[in-house]
Design a protein. Structure first.
Lengths: 997, 114
C-alpha cells in the first residue's frame, strides 16, 4: 500500500497505479489521482507548513480550494516551479518535488517559532503601531525583517518556459460547478438543445459526492452517477465539459473568466500543450452551482496539525482511501460532521467521542451514533488541545462550566456549519441577503442574467437541490430560445438531512478569555484580534478586515469571513446583517500570472511597427529608438564613432551637402470631398480655402480649450483633396478628433477621411545638394526652385513609380519629401541613396532631425508643448487666422487665463558657457541667490549641442518669455548653477536663404 | 467586459471594439466664438457625473468607426438603449433620471461613524 494510512477497500484510486514524489527532500509513494495532501496524509504527514506571523506548526485543514494552511512549493524542474500551491488541490505526478514554505531552517524546527512566544506583542494592527519610531528605520530595518520573517513562498527567478493558451467562447448557458446541482442543471439545459459549458475546478466531477457516500441518484451510487452524467454530457455536440477548470471571475454582462489547468497533473506533458488555458466566456445565461464550504470550530489552540474539517476527513477516506487518524474525535455544532464519524467507524477507525456544542443535535444522527456505539457529549465544548507537531489530546468541558476531561486523540474533525459559496454571485454585483434562520448569506437581488442553485443558494436536501437545478437549467435554456428535447427527471436519496450550524467563537473562546482561537489560519487572526479591533474603534467590517488582516490571505477568508463577522457583530452589539459582509472580489482562487499574461510576452508583448526602409537601415548600422510602437533610426554610427560624434557628423553633412531621412512614421490622413477645405478651416487655426492646389501650409490644430493639440504640413493636391500630415505619435488621436467633429458636430459637410499613414513611405532629402540628388530620378515634375518653390506639392513619378513630391523642410535646408507607395519605399530609398552617397551626403536619424529643427526654431508638439500651451505662447500667432469666424479652439483661446499677461512662452536659450548643454526638464529661476524653495519661472523643453552653431542651443517655456529677450536667467542644477541668455528661437539662417535656395 | 450594441452594425460587440466618448447631447454652440465665459464653462467643463442613468457617446472605433449614443446605468452598467448620433434621447419607460449626488463616503453609505 502507498502509505501506512491507506485503508484497503476504501476510496476510488487504483492501488496498482503508483507515483513517487518528494516532500522536503524525502521520497513518498502516492497513487495516481492523489492530491499532495491526500498522499502526505496517507504517509502520516500532517505537519506541512508554518503560519504566517507566529510560525506555528500547521497541518492540512481542508480537501479543497479553501485550504488556508497547506501551501507548498511545487517544482517540475529548476524553471518550472510555483510557490503557494494548495496541497489540497495539486494532483501528484511522478517526479514532483514539493517543499514546505515559511520555515527556517526546517519545518519541524523553526527559529521563527520564537514569534509564537512573543505573540502578546504581535496583536492585530501591530504593524501599524510597533514600528513607528524612528521613522527612518521602517525602510531599512523593520520592513526587510518583517518581509523575511512573515511571508509565503518565494517567486521563481528563471523565465517561465511554459506557454499558456487563450480561448474566447460563447454559450447559451454556462454552468459553474459540477456537483449534483450543476450536473442536474446542465442535463436539463442540454436537453433543450442549448449550447452549454459546464466547468468544475476538480479533476473529476461530483462535488460533494467525493465525500458523501450515502447518496444514490436514480438508484446508482452518487459518484458513479456523476461520472456517467458527465460522460453523457461530454458526448453531446452542444455541450463542453471542462474539468480542472475554475471560474475565477464574474464580470460585466455575463462575461466569466475560467482557467483550465491542462498539464499540471501530468508527469511528462506534451510540450506542445499549454500549461493552462484562459477561457473568456460570454454566456447568455449563467447558472451558479458552486456549493458550500464547511467552517471550522473556533476554540483555543484549534490550529494544531491533525485538526481538520469533518468533510475533508470524509473526502480523504471515501475518495482517496486515507484515514486521517487512528483515534479520532469530532467537535461540531452541526449534524453533517456525524457522518464523518460513521464513515471512519465503518472503516475501522476508533472514534474517541463526538463533542457537540448543541444541547439537542438532530435525532437521526444521534440515534445512528448510538447504534455505532459512539460516545456523544452534547452540550459540551472542546476548550483546548495539546500536542506539538500534531494534536495528541483535547480538553472537553460541559458548557457553562464543570470538570474538564482530557481525551487522547490523533486527529480532531470539526464543523461549525456550511457557508454557501456566493463569491461569483457577489462578483456579478448581485446583493446577498442574510437568512437569520440558517445564519447564511444567500443570493438576494440578481444584477445579471444568472441563477444560483443548490448549496450556494442555501437549498438543503438532495431531492430539493435536484429539482431546483433541473428547473433552473430548463428555464435558462428556454430563455435563450431553445425549446427542444424532453424534460429531465432525476431521483436522489441520501441518509440524513442536516441541521445546525454556528458562527463565531465557541464556548470557552468567548470575550472573557484570552485563548488563541484562530479564525483565519493563514493570517494568524484569532477571535480576540477581532474584539481588539472593535475596541480600538474599527466599526466597519471593511476596517476590521484591514486592521486585523482577517480574510486577506490567499484563501480570501473562505473559512474565516463569517466567523470574523459574527465576532465583530457580537462585540459591537449589532446584528450580523447590520454589520455587513466584505466585498467578494475576483479571483475566486489565485490565478497564475502566466495565464493572465498569456501570449502577451516577448515579441508579442508590444508589437513593433517598422517602416518600409527598416531592413536597409538595420543593414547600414542604424541604432533604433522607440517612438510609440515605431522603431525609428536614431543615428547611424560609423566604426569607432560615439553617438555624439555620429550626430555631429550627420548635422554637419546635412547643412554642407545633404542628408536622407526616413519620415515614414509621420501620421497621414487623406481628406477628400467638396467640403474638404471648409472642414480643415474648422479643424485648424489657419485658413485653407485660400491655399491653391499644388501648395502646402503648416497648420496648427487646437483642442476646444484653446491649447495646441497637433501640427503638421498639409498639401492641397486638388480642389477637393488634401494630404494632411500629423505628428508621429498623434496620428490615431488626430484621426479620432477629426472623425468626432465630422460625424457629430459638422455632419453636413461632405468630407471623407482615410488614414494613409502606412500606405505612404516618406523619404526626406534635405540639404544644398538635395535637388541634385533627386532631379535625375524624377519624371514629370520640374523641380527647379522657380517652378517648385518651398511649400509646394506635385504628383509625378520617381524611379518609374507614382509619387507625391513635397518641397518642404524640417531642417531649414532646401528639401524634398518623397512620398511613394509603401511597397516601393525601400527600392526608391536605395535609388536615392545610391546618388546621395556618391555626392557625399549621409543618411541621418531622428536625433539629427531633432537638432536641425531646433537650430531653425521649429517646435515639436508634445516636446516643446505640453497641453497647456497656446499658439500665442508658442510664438505661432501668425498661424492663427484673424478672419475666420469659427475653428475648434476659437473660443477657448479667449478664456481669461489664456489671454492674461505673464503666461509661459516659448523662447530660445543660449548658455553663457557655450559648451554646456542644458538638461531637458531643468527648472529656470530669475534669481539664483533667493532662498530655497526658489520661485521657478519655467523649464527647458529641448536642449542640444549644435555642431553647426558651435554652441549649445535650447528652447524653454518661461513666464513672460517673449518680453525677456536678452535677459540672463539661471538653471540651478544639483552641482552648479548655469547662467543662460534668453534669445529668439531661430539659431541659423534667420533670413531663410538656405530654405528657399 | 461590457457588451455593447452598435446601432450602425446592428449587433452586440465586445467593449474591446469601442472607445468611450464622454457625455452625449452636448451640442457645440454654432456661435461658439461669441458665447460668454459662463456659457463656455457650462459647455466645455461642467459634467453631472450622475449615479444612475447617463446618456453617453461611444465610438465603434475598431469596427464601423461610427460615433453613437447610449443610455447606461453607471451603477449596474446595464445598457438601456443605444442609438445613432443625431437622434433624440430615447423614451425609457420606468427608468428614472439619476438624482443622487455622486460623492460617496463611508459616512454617507454606512451612517455616522461612532
Amino acid at each position: 500500500m502507498s502509505g501506512a494510512n491507506r485503508i484497503a477497500g476504501q476510496g476510488r484510486l487504483t492501488p496498482a497505479r503508483t507515483a513517487r514524489f518528494s516532500f522536503d527532500g524525502k521520497s513518498y509513494e502516492a497513487l495516481e489521482g492523489d492530491t499532495v495532501a491526500s498522499a502526505l496524509l496517507a504517509n502520516g504527514v500532517h505537519l506541512v507548513g508554518r503560519s504566517f506571523k507566529y510560525h506555528r506548526p500547521r497541518g492540512i485543514v481542508s480537501a479543497g480550494p479553501e485550504e488556508p494552511n497547506a501551501l507548498i512549493d511545487v517544482a517540475r524542474d529548476a524553471a518550472r516551479r510555483q510557490p503557494n500551491v494548495r496541497a489540497t488541490v495539486q494532483e501528484v505526478f511522478d517526479g514532483m518535488k514539493a517543499t514546505s514554505q515559511n520555515r527556517w531552517p526546517s519545518l519541524s524546527f523553526d527559529v521563527g517559532g520564537f514569534n509564537n512566544l512573543l505573540s502578546p506583542f504581535f496583536a492585530a494592527g501591530f504593524y501599524y503601531k510597533t514600528f513607528m519610531w524612528p521613522k527612518a528605520a521602517w525602510e531599512k530595518v523593520y520592513e526587510p525583517f518583517i518581509r523575511r520573517a512573515a511571508g509565503l513562498g518565494t517567486a521563481p527567478t528563471e523565465d517561465d518556459p511554459d506557454h499558456y493558451a487563450n480561448r474566447y467562447a460563447t454559450c447559451d448557458v454556462l454552468v459553474v460547478g459540477a456537483g449534483v446541482a450543476g450536473l442536474s442543471a446542465a442535463l436539463a439545459a442540454a436537453a433543450t438543445g442549448a449550447r452549454v459549458i459546464l466547468c468544475d475546478e476538480q479533476a473529476e466531477v461530483g462535488g460533494a459526492l467525493h465525500y458523501d457516500r450515502s447518496v444514490t441518484i436514480d438508484g446508482k451510487d452518487g459518484f458513479a452517477w456523476a461520472q456517467a452524467a458527465a460522460a453523457r454530457l461530454a458526448a453531446m455536440e452542444n455541450v463542453t465539459v471542462l474539468t480542472r477548470t475554475t471560474a475565477f471571475g464574474y464580470y460585466n454582462h455575463n462575461f466569466v473568466g475560467l482557467v483550465e489547468r491542462v498539464t499540471d497533473h501530468i508527469a511528462r506533458p506534451d510540450r506542445k500543450a499549454p500549461r493552462e488555458r484562459l477561457w473568456q466566456v460570454r454566456a447568455k445565461r449563467v447558472i451558479l452551482a458552486t456549493g458550500a464550504i464547511e467552517r471550522h470550530m473556533v476554540f483555543g489552540n484549534n490550529d494544531r496539525p491533525g485538526i481538520m474539517l469533518a468533510s475533508a476527513a470524509r473526502t480523504y477516506l471515501n475518495h482517496f482511501g486515507v484515514a486521517v487518524g487512528r483515534k479520532v474525535a469530532i467537535y461540531t455544532a452541526n449534524d453533517s460532521a456525524y457522518e464523518a464519524a460513521f464513515d471512519l467507524k465503518r472503516a475501522g477507525v476508533q472514534i474517541a467521542a463526538i463533542v457537540d456544542s448543541r444541547a439537542k443535535p438532530g435525532d437521526a444522527v444521534l440515534n445512528e451514533a448510538r447504534n455505532h456505539g459512539i460516545e456523544v457529549l452534547t452540550g459540551h465544548s472542546v476548550i483546548d488541545t495539546k500536542g506539538h507537531r500534531r494534536v495528541s489530546s483535547i480538553i472537553v468541558m460541559r458548557n457553562g462550566g464543570g470538570g474538564k476531561r482530557t481525551i487522547t486523540v490523533d486527529a480532531l474533525l470539526t464543523s461549525a456549519g456550511w457557508t454557501p459559496s456566493v463569491h461569483l454571485f457577489s462578483q456579478s454585483r448581485g446583493k446577498v441577503a442574510y437568512n437569520a434562520e440558517t445564519g447564511q448569506f444567500l443570493p438576494g437581488t440578481y444584477a445579471q442574467d444568472c441563477l444560483s442553485v443548490g448549496a450556494c443558494n442555501g437549498t438543503g436536501g438532495l431531492q430539493a437541490t435536484i429539482e431546483e437545478a433541473l428547473a433552473a437549467g430548463e428555464l435558462m435554456a428556454r430563455a435563450t430560445g431553445n425549446d427542444g428535447g424532453e424534460k429531465v427527471h432525476l431521483h436522489g436519496e441520501n441518509a440524513f438531512e442536516w441541521t445546525g450550524g454556528m458562527a463565531g467563537a465557541a464556548e470557552g473562546a468567548g470575550a472573557d478569555t484570552n485563548v488563541k482561537a484562530f479564525i483565519d489560519f493563514q493570517n494568524d487572526v484569532c477571535a480576540k484580534d477581532i474584539r481588539l479591533a472593535v475596541r480600538e474603534g474599527m466599526h466597519s467590517i471593511e476596517h476590521i478586515k484591514r486592521f486585523t488582516t482577517n480574510g486577506m490571505a490567499t484563501d480570501q477568508g473562505k473559512l474565516s469571513n463569517l466567523h470574523g463577522l459574527a465576532i465583530a457583530a457580537e462585540t459591537l452589539g449589532r446584528e450580523i446583517p447590520k454589520v455587513g459582509l466584505t466585498t467578494f472580489r475576483a479571483p475566486y482562487t489565485p490565478v497564475t500570472f502566466g495565464t493572465i499574461i498569456n501570449h502577451s510576452r516577448g515579441d508579442l508583448f508590444d508589437p513593433a511597427r517598422k517602416t518600409p526602409m527598416h531592413a536597409w537601415e538595420a543593414a547600414h548600422g542604424a541604432v533604433f529608438e522607440d517612438v510609440g510602437n515605431w522603431k525609428r533610426a536614431w543615428y547611424y554610427p560609423r566604426a569607432g564613432e560615439t553617438m555624439h560624434e555620429a550626430v555631429d557628423r550627420e548635422c554637419r553633412t546635412v547643412r554642407e551637402v545633404a542628408g536622407v531621412f526616413d519620415a515614414s512614421t509621420l501620421g497621414k490622413i487623406e481628406v477628400v470631398g467638396p467640403d474638404a477645405a471648409a472642414f480643415l478651416n474648422l479643424m485648424y487655426t489657419n485658413a485653407w480655402d485660400t491655399l491653391k492646389p499644388g501648395r502646402c501650409r503648416y497648420g496648427i490644430m487646437l483642442r476646444e480649450d484653446g491649447f495646441v493639440y497637433d501640427d503638421g504640413v498639409v498639401g492641397r493636391i486638388a480642389e477637393d483633396r488634401f494630404h494632411v500630415t500629423t505628428t508621429t505619435g498623434g496620428a490615431p488621436r488626430v484621426m479620432n478628433h477629426m472623425e468626432d467633429y465630422l460625424q457629430t458636430e459638422f455632419p453636413h459637410l461632405k468630407v471623407w477621411l482615410t488614414s494613409t499613414t502606412e500606405q505612404w513611405a516618406v523619404i526626406a532629402v534635405q540639404g544644398p545638394k538635395a535637388r541634385e540628388i533627386i532631379a535625375p530620378l524624377v519624371e514629370g515634375i520640374d523641380v527647379s526652385n522657380e517652378a517648385f518653390p518651398h511649400m509646394s506639392v506635385r504628383e509625378g513619378k520617381i524611379c518609374g513609380v507614382p509619387t507625391r513630391l513635397f518641397r518642404m523642410s524640417f531642417t531649414g535646408e532646401a528639401g524634398f519629401e518623397v512620398n511613394v507607395l509603401a511597397d516601393y519605399g525601400q527600392a526608391v530609398w536605395e535609388a536615392i541613396w545610391a546618388r546621395a552617397e556618391v555626392l557625399g551626403a549621409c543618411a541621418y536619424g531622428t536625433e539629427t532631425m531633432h537638432v536641425l529643427r531646433a537650430e531653425k526654431g521649429y517646435i515639436i508638439v508634445g516636446q516643446d508643448t505640453d497641453g497647456t500651451v497656446t499658439p500665442y505662447d508658442a510664438g505661432l500667432a501668425w498661424a492663427v487666422s484673424k478672419k475666420k469666424t469659427d475653428f475648434v479652439g476659437i473660443r477657448g483661446l479667449k478664456r481669461p487665463d489664456l489671454v492674461k499677461e505673464g503666461r509661459k512662452q516659448l523662447v530660445g536659450l543660449k548658455t553663457k558657457d557655450p559648451k554646456v548643454v542644458l538638461e531637458e526638464g531643468a527648472q529656470i529661476v530669475a534669481d539664483p541667490n533667493q532662498p530655497v524653495p526658489m520661485k521657478m519661472i519655467g523649464h527647458v523643453t529641448s536642449a542640444y549641442w549644435s555642431e553647426n552653431c558651435g554652441h549649445s542651443i535650447a528652447f524653454a517655456l518661461v513666464e513672460g518669455g517673449q518680453g525677456r529677450m536678452g535677459q540672463t536667467l539661471y538653471v540651478p542644477m544639483p552641482d552648479r548653477t548655469i547662467a543662460v541668455e534668453v534669445t529668439d528661437m531661430v539659431f541659423i539662417d534667420k533670413e531663410g536663404v538656405r530654405l528657399n535656395g | 467586459m461590457l457588451l455593447i450594441h452598435c446601432p450602425y452594425c446592428e449587433e452586440e460587440r465586445s467593449e474591446l471594439e469601442f472607445r468611450h466618448g464622454g457625455d452625449a447631447h452636448i451640442a457645440r454652440p454654432t456661435n461658439i466664438a461669441d458665447i460668454s465665459d459662463e456659457e463656455f464653462e457650462e459647455f466645455f467643463f461642467l459634467r453631472d457625473n450622475p449615479k444612475g442613468l447617463i446618456f453617453e457617446r461611444w465610438r465603434h472605433v475598431h469596427g464601423c468607426g461610427r460615433f453613437f449614443n447610449a443610455a447606461r446605468d453607471t451603477v449596474s452598467d446595464k445598457f438601456y438603449a443605444s442609438y445613432k448620433a443625431g437622434e433624440p434621447k430615447p423614451d425609457l419607460p420606468g427608468i428614472s433620471p439619476a438624482t443622487e449626488k455622486t460623492v460617496e463616503t463611508y459616512e454617507a453609505t454606512e451612517g455616522t461613524a461612532k
